[in-house]
Design a protein around this ligand. Sequence first.
Ligand SMILES: NC(=O)c1ccc[n+]([C@@H]2O[C@H](COP(=O)([O-])OP(=O)(O)OC[C@H]3O[C@@H](n4cnc5c(N)ncnc54)[C@H](O)[C@@H]3O)[C@@H](O)[C@H]2O)c1
Length: 253
Amino acid sequence: MGRFDNRFAAVTGAGSGNGRAIAEKLLAEGATVAALDLNTAALTEAFGNNPKVLHVECNVANQESAREAMTRVAAEFPRLDALVNNAGIAKFGTFENLSLEEWDQVFSVNSTGPFLVSQAASDLLRKGEKDHTRAIVNITSVEAHIVISSSGHPQIHYNASKGALLQLTRALAVELASSGIRVNAVAPGFIRTPFTSETLKSEAAQKFLLDRTPMGRIGEPEDVANGVAFLASDEASWVTGTTLFVDGGWTVY
Ligand SMILES: NC(=O)c1ccc[n+]([C@@H]2O[C@H](COP(=O)([O-])OP(=O)(O)OC[C@H]3O[C@@H](n4cnc5c(N)ncnc54)[C@H](O)[C@@H]3O)[C@@H](O)[C@H]2O)c1
């Protein structure tokens, strides 16, 4: 018996890194998964012809695309038990030089995207019993809580966008509680994914990261997936509006 037998899940940004590991974890525990991504070739590479995976092209930052994606999911799935808003981007740039376009781009994917996809998925999430078996899990970041600018990568727009997602998580948790839907966040620390591969090539960056991580290793996408699976499962049936840090102790140091 898997925790997600006979459950239907959707994961955004499922073609790479954390999103791929989350989708694989939910699949391994029995779920049928809608894998949403801008990059459909990445979905093909990740999931091939697995009959339990529905490949859905989606730009989470675009309302029409989010709605079309969920219409596609609704045509195949009877309901959604779990939605994981994972798709996100990071850009670097100093405050003085940051253009409005770059600011908007990061916010549109990291903050507006989860709003648009959650809203588009809301009818599917509301199908079934109001018994708190349904869950939204948003992937924020430790950078919603702390600022790691000393690593040489100023990114106030990333920090602010993840802070907005944190508060969206808390507000939606209150809003959707009476509909039986729990809403929580996983805040990863530094995780080894294509998103961070350039940074990890630098020995100085690795040293910086390891010096600040009490557990003494870089996180893996599977660490994030384990946290998401807990929050999406019935084991978290009285947990809403909270953040699970998956960061090797970075934020307590
Ligand atoms: N890797 C880390 O260290 C780390 C740390 C904290 C938080 N996170 C968060 O984890 C999430 C995933 O990061 P990752 O490291 O796996 O990144 P990644 O770049 O490896 O994967 C991101 C995926 O999202 C997809 N995507 C990007 N923009 C999209 C859009 N507009 N619509 C749909 N899909 C889109 C990409 O095609 C890609 O498949 C992000 O929200 C990121 O902020 C990552």
